[in-house]
Structures are given as C-alpha cells and as structure tokens.
Design a binder for this molecule. Structure first.
Ligand code: ASP
Length: 440
C-alpha cells in the first residue's frame, strides 16, 4: 500500500460541509493514510479563525477577566461540526481541561494549539483513524528550535505501527512536555515532517486555491496556475512575497526528496501545483512565476577609480553590517555601486550607515533613492531561452515603466528588476502579459 500525507488548511475544515469534502477526498484514495488538520478557519470573509479566538480568549484569561463567553463561542464552532457530521463524540472533558489550564495560565502556545488538537480529535472520529497527539511526537529544543532528528526518530517509529493516523498540525512539545507552536501557518510544516517520517511518496497540501499562481491575483485577475515548480524556484518567489505554503515547510520533504502537491479542497479534480526537486518539464511560459515587494531604498555610491581600489565594496558593506542591516542586492558599475536595503530597516539607522560608509570607504558622492520596488521574474527555463531579458524590458517600456536596476542572479534562475513603487503593479502586469497572456 502506498503512503500519502494529506494536510488540510483551516478553510478546508471551517465547518461540517467542508469536513465532508475532506472526508470524500481522503476516502477516494486508500493511500491517503496520514492526515494533518489545521484548526477551523473562516467560514466567510468576516468570520474569525478558531486560532485567533483562542489567542483572544487566553489573553482575557491572563488578564484575570471572565473568559467563559469566549470559550463557549469556541466550543460552539466545534459542536456545530460534530452535529453537522452526526458524530457520537463529546468534547466536554477536553473543555473542562482547557478551562482549567487557561486559569492556570498554561501559555498562549498551549491555548492556540487546542485549535488543531480538537479538530484532530473530530477528524480522527470522523474517519475512524487513530489520533496521535502532536505533543508526543513533534519536538522542540529548549531554545524553541525545531528538533528535527529527535522528531524523525520518534515519529517514524510511532507511525510505523499505525496504518492510518490523524496528527494535528502546528504544535509539538519542549523537552519538559510543555506545548510549543510553530509560527502562524505552521501546520504546513507538520505535514512536511510527517511526510518525511513515513517516507511518503507525496505530500498533498490541500487549501482553498487551485495551486500556486503565476502572479499575485490581487495584481493580475485570475492568473494561470503553475503546474510544476522546483523547490529552488519556490524559494525565490516566496522570498519575494509570494505565499501559499509556510516557508519552512519545504525543508523536511526536500531533504527526503518528496514532492509537494498543492491542491484545492473545493475543486479536487484539478491537478494543482507540483513542487519538486527537479524536473525535465519545461514551464509552459518560459517563466515560472513573478513576485515582488515594495519598500526598498537604493544607496548609490560613486568614487573615481573605485574599480581598482581593493576592498572598496567590503568597506561599504561593513557600514551596513555594523548597523545590523542586511542588503538585498548590490549591482555595480565601473565607478559606482548601489546597495539595495529594506526601507523600514534602513530609515532609523540611515545617518549612522551613511557616515559609516564615508568614514570607511571615503566615496566622492552618495545619493539615497527611496520608494523603490523589486520584482523577481523566476524560471528554470530562462537559462536556455534566448531573449527573455529582452522581452521583459520590451514589456516594461511598453507599459511606460522606467527600470532603475537590473540584476540577474548567478543561478540564472531569476532576473531582478528595480522600479519605483508607483510602477510596481503595471510592471508586473506588463511582464505577465508578454509571457503569458500573449501565449494563451
Ligand atoms: N491554525 C494555525 C494558524 O492559524 C496554524 C495553521 O493553520 O497552519 O496559524
């Protein structure tokens, strides 16, 4: 029998109707044996996620005020699911325990983790799978770092003996047993960890979109879905702000060479996006995706004969490092170099950095340009395709966008373009149109 790990996000488990879709998906494939649920998410746009309700309820408990109404509202979210699924289970005991622990101030991580814990209990009862409390199999070190090795040893041993299990996402335990959570959206990481532990053939991550979009749908309406993307390409896009999966979810499966398949609970017939280590499949459109971020500053530095001065760049960068600022990109010319940094990090330290550069590198002239955006055009296919850069710049010129910086990563996996914040959206639309819309 094959082994698939399936993780379902909060919107896939927001109510009984969504649970039923999830049940159908799991039952339609006997290999879907290890299930990682999130806490119930929003049922509509203005709804509140159970995780957020738990944080708020716990804050009330800590402040010493009466939190019973808030806890009842949380309980009702679960009761609604249990009734809707006609399950014969009760969470009464669990809620007595939770109330007691809230009063004893068991911590906000413990509080938040109950969202997944309770949903896991319901899911296990609904599917007839065994429930495995994540606090007994997912471990953190004392400093809060995820303990990959201990987890993998314990978890793989545990699941070896269990044919079908539900392991709640998002949390684990410190060495002393106290509950600790990953950062928000961390159930994605749990799914990846479980996939590695059972040596799954695939990690299916079920959400409410039909995969990883080629571009942010807030900028381009109904963009195409990426069918295949490599881990490396995903890293580049995620770093530039594209999000569908928690960033840290890549590492456990990547190590084990397990592909991730992003799927849509509301459209299970669609193939979604495959995230793989490597592939011989070419991207349909030369580029795999576009992502970008606003809010950068460029510091332009000029000095005659800069090119022949040994260690000039190092001195400049030291001024940034001394002030705890990491740089993003550093394109250079013969007598000029430019350093791109995040505006919000730079603003407070601006004068210290500039005087540091002056003292260390003694340039002839410096200029600071603000309100810049960076756009990454990512694609494994760019390396072997002629004219990609040409097409990008033709598209930008056509959309009247002035290009302030160009940087082709040494991996030839991406081209980074700097434009002004005001041109950000039209630049992205222009690039999308020339590579995708024009090909449709
Ligand atoms: N429920 C948690 C959150 O809202 C974790 C998750 O859904 O992955 O962040």
């Amino acid at each position: 029998m094959g082994k698939k790990v399936v993780k379902f996000g909060g919107s896939s488990l927001a109510d009984a109707a969504q649970f039923k879709k999830v049940g159908d998906i799991i039952r339609s494939d006997a290999d879907r044996r290890y299930v990682v649920p999130s806490a119930p998410g929003k049922r509509s746009k203005d709804d509140t996620k159970v995780t957020d309700m738990l944080y708020a309820c716990y804050a009330t408990a800590v402040s010493g005020k009466d939190f019973s109404a808030q806890l009842t509202a949380i309980r009702e979210r679960y009761e609604e699911i249990i009734t809707g699924l006609a399950l014969d289970i009760s969470l009464a005991e669990e809620f007595v325990e939770i109330e007691k622990n809230f009063k004893a101030q068991a911590g906000s991580d413990y509080a938040a983790s109950r969202g997944e814990y309770l949903n896991g209990k319901i899911m296990a009862a609904y599917l007839g799978y065994e429930f495995v409390d994540a606090a007994t199999v997912i471990f953190f070190k004392e400093d809060g770092q995820f303990d990959a090795e201990k987890t993998d040893t314990v978890l793989s041993k545990k699941l070896e003996k269990i044919e079908k299990a539900v392991i709640p996402g998002f949390y684990g335990a410190y060495p002393n047993g106290a509950v600790h959570t990953f950062s928000r959206g961390g159930s994605d990481i749990t799914g990846s960890i479980v996939a590695r532990a059972v040596k799954a053939e695939i990690y299916e991550n079920w959400t409410d979109v039909s995969g990883f979009m080629l571009v942010d749908p807030r900028i381009v309406k109904n963009p195409q879905v990426i069918d295949y993307i490599t881990y490396k390409e995903l890293r580049e896009l995620a770093y530039m702000g594209a999000s569908v999966l928690h960033e840290d979810a890549i590492f456990p499966v990547r190590q084990a060479g397990i592909p991730i398949n992003i799927r849509n609970t509301n459209a299970p017939e669609e193939p979604g996006t495959m995230i793989v280590a490597t592939t011989c499949r070419q991207s349909k459109y030369t580029i795999t995706g576009i992502a970008g971020k606003k809010g950068f500053v460029a510091i332009n530095i000029e000095k005659d004969m800069m090119n022949s001065e040994i260690g000039f760049g190092q001195k400049v960068l030291r001024a940034f490092a001394d002030n705890g600022i990491s740089f993003e990109h550093m394109p250079s010319g013969i007598d000029t170099m430019t350093v791109f940094v995040h505006q919000d990090e730079f603003e407070d330290k601006e004068q210290q950095v500039l005087s540091g550069i002056q003292a260390l590198a003694n340039p002839d002239h410096m200029e600071v340009e603000t309100d810049l955006a960076l756009i990454a055009v990512v694609g494994r296919g760019m390396k072997s395709t002629r004219g990609t850069a040409g097409r990008i710049f033709a598209a930008l010129a056509h959309n009247h966008v002035n290009v302030r910086m160009i940087d082709q990563g040494s991996s030839e996996l991406n081209i980074i373009i700097g434009v002004s914040n005001a041109d950000f959206e039209s630049a992205i639309r222009g690039i999308y149109d020339i590579f995708v819309t024009a090909q449709l």
